[in-house]
Design a binder for this molecule. Structure first.
Ligand code: AHR
Length: 500
């Protein structure tokens, strides 16, 4: 029998809502078609933003949106995307399919979208091919309230008051598409660029994010922090709020990633085994950060994560369009539980990418919209946002899987909302074995309970013809005796239990 012990009196820190964040790049049909269709579109929209998609994302409580990239950010020149649309520059999106980028979605449109979503803003600046001046001017354009040439230009373009930039990324993947830099070199570049990311609104300072590592690259983290924190350590604590981390889950390798829908049972376990590496990756980067920042002032921002499969046959290879199955639901549930457990260091995470690209929560085709299994997991898990992580652990869990690709049968995390409700999220990673779980608390008498489940065949997915194959359903597989809860957790499932 598996036991889940919950010490509801032991709170381990706040789960930042931004852990449930998203990333949307000018890539394929994410921004264009997915989020933004333009005011003249037949598809119902408000100021060009698709109303169906905005409503679904609000219901999922999307807390923060990273934009405009990705690799696109390091070739994005923001002035191309402001002013009358007919005058905006048409350029080539060199990273993603070589298509024409007409810049009809720019700074004003981004803030309009975030306003409609009611979410925080995370802009990624251009270090790879942009100048310090260009970055400084973008900040001034967006956030300066007084009299200045750029603030006046913003007013001329229709926005009187400054916007709030909550997070600003100083470059993206500067070890790769963002300039192929060495960590020490990038650290110096960071020090220079961040000096001009000024917080004009002293009450709402901009959180600056430096380009951190890719997956297992501990050398980058070590060298970056070492170089940043030599000379003026204290000073830099006022000039850096976080470093990013990117880790994608690929069943195989970059040349042959694996199909999003047609996969074997072995590939199920390989994928889940690989996604579980997120825990080790976060732990090891955090350990390096602890050396330089023992008080955990800096955040680790996992601003790109999720499944990356081979693109769907017949679609533009540069558009990274892929379907989303129950396997993706498990990947989402596993990672969100991991982030919760690391909430002392991980204060934001952004799944790649919101609509029509990689592990999306939404797929669109013309007027049609489909919510993916990943969407349903995010909507269930929203109750963790801004809750207190509780001390909880499992015992009696065996391993499932194949060869070196073993996984624990079950993973979990538990939080307490502000109103005292306890949120328990459980994943059953096995393909064929329902699991009995006995849940116990310190003192809490489990009486008033509601529970929901996302489950299905391993390759179950929603299509434009059948959008309800995988949905959120009420979960009835539990019994409470006034103290403990006995759960029968079905194979291949993600479950939320709320105890009031
Ligand atoms: O999300 C797709 C791409 O993956 C991003 O543009 C880049 O940052 C990463 O390599």
């Amino acid at each position: 029998m598996i036991r889940l012990t919950i010490h509801e009196n032991e709170k381990k820190g706040n789960i930042s809502p931004e852990i449930y964040g998203h990333f949307s790049e000018h890539l394929g049909r994410c921004i264009y078609e997915g989020l933004f269709v333009g005011e003249d579109s037949q598809i119902p929209n408000k100021a060009g933003m698709r109303s169906d998609v905005v409503e679904a994302l609000k219901d999922m409580k999307l807390p923060v949106l990273r934009w405009p990239g990705g690799c696109f950010a390091d070739e994005y020149h923001w002035k191309d995307g402001i002013g009358p649309k007919e005058n905006r520059k048409r350029m080539v999106n060199t990273n993603w399919g070589g298509v024409v980028e007409d810049n009809s979605f720019g700074t004003h449109e981004y803030f309009e979208l975030c306003d409609q979503l009611g979410c925080k803003t995370y802009i990624n600046g251009n270090v790879g091919s942009g100048t310090v001046q260009e970055m400084a001017e973008w900040i001034e354009y967006m956030t300066f309230d007084g009299e200045s040439p750029l603030a006046n230009e913003r007013r001329k373009n229709g926005h009187d008051k400054p916007w709030r930039v909550d997070y600003f990324g100083v470059g993206n993947e500067n070890w790769g598409c963002g300039g192929n830099m060495h960590p020490e070199y990038y650290a110096d570049v960071y020090r220079r660029y961040q000096s001009f990311v000024k917080s004009y609104d002293k009450d709402n300072p901009i959180n600056r994010i430096a380009c951190g590592p890719s997956d297992f690259d501990y050398d980058w983290t070590e060298k970056l922090l070492n170089r940043l924190f030599t000379r003026c350590f204290d000073h830099l604590h006022g000039n850096l709020e976080g470093i990013s981390l990117h880790y994608y889950t690929l069943p195989h390798d970059w040349d042959h990633k694996g199909d999003a829908v047609k996969f074997t049972e072995d590939e199920w376990y390989i994928t889940l085994n690989k996604t579980l590496k997120m825990d080790e990756i976060i732990t090891k980067h955090s350990n390096i950060m602890d050396k330089y920042d023992p008080k955990k002032i800096l955040a680790l921002i996992v601003d790109e994560w999720g499944c990356w499969f081979d693109v769907e046959e017949g679609t533009n290879p540069g558009f990274l369009y892929q379907q989303n199955t129950m396997r993706d639901a498990l990947v989402a549930g596993i990672n969100l539980n991991i982030f919760n457990k690391h909430c002392d260091r991980v204060r934001m995470a952004n799944i790649a990418q919101t609509v029509n690209v990689l592990q999306s929560v939404i797929l669109t085709e013309g007027k049609k919209m489909v919510l993916t299994p990943t969407y349903h997991v995010f909507r269930m898990f929203k109750h963790h946002q801004d809750s207190q992580l509780l001390n909880s652990f499992l015992t009696g869990v065996n391993e499932a899987g194949i060869d070196e690709y073993k996984v624990p049968e079950v993973t979990e995390s538990v939080s307490m909302s502000k109103d005292g409700t306890v949120n328990i999220t459980l994943n059953n990673l096995t393909l064929d074995s329902d699991k009995e779980i006995d849940i116990s608390f310190d003192e809490l008498k489990a009486k008033d309970i509601e529970a929901f489940i996302v489950t299905g065949a391993m390759d179950a997915h929603n299509t434009f013809d059948d959008a309800e194959v995988v949905t959120t359903k009420e979960f009835k597989g539990l019994e409470a005796d006034g103290k403990n809860i006995k759960v029968n957790l079905p194979a291949r499932s993600v479950v939320l239990i709320r105890v009031k």
